[in-house]
Design a protein around this ligand. Structure first.
Ligand SMILES: [Zn+2]
Ligand SMILES: [Zn+2]
Length: 920
């Protein structure tokens, strides 16, 4: 999100409009063949402004006008009006559309009008919170006292902030670990909480999103408890030593200070029925703007959420906060036209026996999950470097004909081994060339790449080729990644905007909290995973009414291949909805324990935590975590439960540098065997470490700094059994299922591979315990007879299933906001539980994260796209762009590409075309 000033269209400098179509012609002319598969023209729009809402105080309006915001855009005013009237609202508009103003107006107006009101702002990163703090502080409003409160806040300042700040900027982790557990100290702040702002709310997805959903319910619960009048918090002291039972009813009546009497303020706001958590009390028509103190009469704070463009923003935001939300989606900010090209790097000629064209840059993604923002408070860089799978036949379970692909948080790039030699030119190399071509013509260009290493590779290659052409020109290209200080970021922004710097290669760290406008071209190296991210990145170009060029360069990946050949899947189609599942019992249970520590849980509270809560509380009582008493359910233990917002269960493993005792970061217990096994290369903020010891009991891994020229790759043996079937579709020879499965895996060895070539140096055994994962899977079965009838040789069935499984995992992000790294798969020609050839695709998180479920409901579209991606890849026997997987636990063996297409044809011919119907 941008600060308020970007809402004003302000041309920077006197530059000539670039001619994106001319630029594209030049780029195409320099390439072998024509790599452009599609060109889309996205028209410019002029922007529609609105009047300032009448309720905005002069002081605020003047401060904003001084900062260059002449008037709000219509969507800003619309969202602000809704929020001011007490509706929970989500603004889901494009990059740079000025979403900040939509919450700043109601929040700051309320703070100015009522000296007691408070506002809580949540950002997924500390950097974004710091930028928002700066934007609010610069307005210089009296009495607002904005302050950041996070892991970096000095102890000495914390007390002052608790006492005096009325605009608190923090993150969900701090809310979960710091503020809610200490709610009594925050009682004054929580009592007067008028607004909760949830910025970049699309980043709360999957398991993390499900946790955040409950953290927000816990926040609502505490705000509600302290917001009630009469005896209670501060009055009596309950058994938990913080707050006592509360008088139900009369919730919306006068506060203790008598500011808003019953019937005053908002008019006929009736007290809610005893303890029911229903969210906002409905405001009668016409009374919406009756009083500046409306907020005080409301039931709980009003939520204002800001999202990137996303599908079903109201639904997702509603699931996140547990209340009905109104969406504002029409973007009325002005924008320039964009010429958007899809670019597929050419296939390189096959090289017999070669492992990789030596002139090719090897993609080596190390970012865990580029869509989820990992707050550096908690988890830093869990990547182990490039995951380069080995030659065929080394997979420990290959002999069983079963192929397992674990969900793996360490994405990398496949270097084909053995006889698989046909690959496309690397997307990194292609992007580096495009960047240098554009910079050479004076075009201000930003190149997005998924990994830090990728950003550095692109910048280095572009600098080198520019210096060859014009010595010194290379200096005008730089790399940018997360972890830079604000001063460093500002300097880069300044240099790029002034034209000193012409090219920047960046990870998507730039998506959040950095204000870059007025670029001429954006290169996107590899599909960023979601259409939402794609538009957010492309949105960096062409603002301020200027024309711009955007190019998506396909990587070796089935989803990228599919998209460059199916522009209709990218353009003129709503972006995907964010998936989260607050009902996941492995998230809900621990969150209910946290809530019970904060205050005993009552029946009423259970409604707040959703329909799965009563069963979860019963299970927790059974297991002895909670005890039922007449006044509610109590946490039975001393101390708090350890709950990591980014995982499901298990104590995170601390990664500690032996020599200094410094804590580098943590790794989720579930991925520790893969990421920090003894001998593993562990990357932390671009620095490489070697793991000396993994102490599972002590939950720590000891490492030392070392930069070897090889990478490590864990190998595992995996099996899966079906625990229960939730739902299925019986389609004759084909079956489609959704259910719980138990995945058992053991990391048994690791390979060391030369980074430059992918050459396997050796395989070393490991002695690690078996891990079990109860999760949710979608699977399909095909009868052997139907496969034979379709012409698939029985000997090719395992390869067909395995190839289909890889491609299906690769295409799943088309229908669910997951990354392929969130997903695991297993295929087998005969599974004991299904007694048929079967492909399983499962959520890599305990209890599931909603991805498999989404895949089940979108199965026919998902599998059709999978089939098309395989068919449309120009390779003959399979390549990383179609059926090979960079994280295959089986060394990409066996794989049968043509047979995989036949298999999927059989499945699609039998599956109903509509989303799978529910049955039991
Ligand atoms: Zn291929
Ligand atoms: Zn595999």
């Amino acid at each position: 999100m941008q600060d308020v000033t970007s809402a004003a269209a302000e041309p920077r400098g006197a530059r000539i409009d670039p001619d994106p179509e001319g630029l594209l012609r030049q780029l195409r002319a320099r390439s072998t063949g024509d790599p452009v598969t599609h060109v889309e023209r996205v028209a410019a729009s002029a922007g529609t402004s609105a009047d300032w809402p009448y309720w905005v105080p002069d002081e605020l309006r003047k401060a904003l006008v001084e900062r260059g915001v002449v008037a709000p855009w219509r969507h800003q005013a619309e969202a602000a009006d809704l929020a001011y009237a007490g509706s929970h609202v989500v603004v889901a508009t494009g990059t740079g559309s000025g979403k900040s103003l939509a919450y700043q107006l109601p929040a700051l107006s309320t703070l100015l009008a009522d000296p007691r009101a408070t506002v809580l702002y949540l950002a997924p990163t500390k950097a974004l919170a710091a930028d928002q703090l700066r934007a609010v502080a610069e307005l210089g409003l009296d009495g607002v006292r904005p302050a950041c409160y996070d892991g970096d806040t000095p102890q000495a300042e914390r007390e002052w902030i608790r006492q005096h700040s009325r605009f608190l900027l923090t993150n969900p982790d701090m809310l979960h670990h710091g503020i809610l557990p200490g709610h009594a100290r925050w009682s004054a702040f929580l009592r007067r909480l008028a607004y909760v702002v949830v910025d970049e709310c699309h980043t709360y997805r999957g398991v993390f999103g499900s946790h955040v959903a409950h953290v927000l319910r816990r926040l609502r619960r505490q705000a509600d408890r302290y917001g009630r009048p009469g005896p209670g918090p501060g009055g009596t002291t309950g058994p938990d030593g913080t707050a006592g039972p509360l008088a139900p009813g009369a919730l919306a009546a006068a506060g203790p200070d008598g500011t808003t009497g019953p019937g005053g303020g908002a008019g006929e706001v009736r007290p809610a029925r005893a303890g029911r958590i229903t969210g906002v009390a409905p405001l009668p028509a016409g009374a919406a703007f009756a009083s500046r103190r409306d907020w005080a009469a409301r039931r709980g704070p009003t939520f204002v959420l800001a999202s990137a463009t996303a599908g079903d923003p109201a639904g997702t935001a509603g699931r996140l906060i547990g209340l009905p939300v109104t969406a504002v989606t029409e973007d009325t900010a002005p924008r320039g036209g964009v010429t958007f090209a899809l670019w597929e790097p050419p296939l390189l000629p096959p090289e017999p026996g070669a492992t990789r064209n030596t002139g090719t840059v090897v993609d080596a993604d190390t970012v865990v999950d580029t869509d989820t923002v990992v707050d550096t408070d908690t988890v830093v860089d869990a990547g182990t470097g490039a995951r380069l799978d080995g030659p065929p036949g080394t997979g420990a379970s290959a002999s069983t004909g079963r192929s397992a692909d674990r969900p793996d948080p360490s994405p990398g790039h496949l270097v084909p081994g053995g006889d698989l030699a046909q690959v496309r030119r690397s997307a990194l190399r292609e992007t580096a060339d495009l960047l240098s071509d554009l910079v050479a013509t004076g075009t201000r260009t930003l190149a997005f790449v998924r990994s830090r290493r990728g950003a550095e590779v692109i910048a280095t290659a572009a600098r080198r080729s520019l210096d060859e052409a014009v010595p010194g020109l290379g200096r005008r290209v730089a790399a940018y990644r997360a972890g830079y200080l604000r001063e460093e970021r500002r300097e880069l922004e300044r240099a790029l905007l002034s034209g000193e710097l012409l090219g920047l290669a960046s990870t998507n760290a730039l998506e959040l909290g950095v204000d870059l406008t007025g670029l001429d071209a954006v290169l996107i190296c590899g599909y960023p995973g979601t259409r939402a991210s794609l538009w957010q990145q492309a949105g960096r170009a062409g603002r301020s009414g200027r024309e711009a060029l955007a190019v998506l360069i396909a990587r070796d990946d089935p989803l990228d291949t599919y998209l460059v050949h199916h522009p209709e899947a990218l353009f003129g189609r709503p972006v995907e909805a964010t998936v989260l599942d607050p009902g996941n019992p492995y998230v809900l249970g621990p969150q209910l324990c946290c809530a019970a520590v904060e205050a005993p849980l009552t029946e009423t509270d259970l409604e707040l935590f959703g329909p799965a809560a009563p069963a979860a509380v019963a299970a927790l009582t059974e297991s002895g975590a909670l005890r039922r008493r007449p006044t509610g359910w109590y946490w039975r233990h001393t101390g708090r439960p350890e709950v990591d917002l980014r995982g499901t269960g298990g104590t995170p493993i601390c990664v500690v540098e032996s020599a200094t005792g410094r804590l580098l970061g943590t790794v989720e217990e579930s991925s520790s065997h893969v990421l920090v096994h003894p001998g593993a290369v562990y990357l932390h903020q671009g620095v490489s470490y070697l793991v000396d010891e993994l102490d599972l009991e002590g939950a720590c891994a000891l490492v030392h700094a070392e930069e070897p020229d090889w990478s490590t790759h864990a190998r595992d043996v995996t099996s899966l059994s079906v625990a229960s079937v939730r739902s299925y579709v019986d389609a004759g020879p084909v079956g489609l299922f959704l259910g719980e499965v138990d995945v058992t895996s053991q990391v048994v060895s690791y390979q060391r591979r030369r980074i430059a070539t992918g050459e396997v140096l050796d395989t070393r055994p490991l002695d690690l315990p078996v891990r079990e994962l109860r999760t949710v899977a979608v699977w399909f079965t095909v009868s052997p007879r139907s496969l034979t009838a379709a012409g698939v040789d029985p000997a090719e069935v395992p390869g067909a299933l395995h190839a289909a499984e890889h491609a299906a995992i690769g295409l799943l992000p088309l229908v669910a906001t997951c990354d392929r790294w969130d997903i695991g798969g297993l295929s087998t020609a005969l599974h004991p539980d299904t007694e048929a050839p079967t492909v399983f695709v499962y959520d890599g998180h305990t209890g599931g994260a909603g991805f498999a479920e989404r895949a089940y409901h979108a199965a026919s579209g998902w599998l059709r796209a999978t089939r098309d991606a395989i068919v449309e890849c120009g390779c003959e026997t399979g390549c990383p762009s179609c059926v090979q997987s960079p994280k295959c636990g089986n060394g990409n063996n066996p794989l049968a590409k043509p047979e995989a297409v036949t298999l999927l044809d059989v499945v699609l011919a039998n599956l109903p075309g509509e989303p799978a119907a529910e049955s039991d």
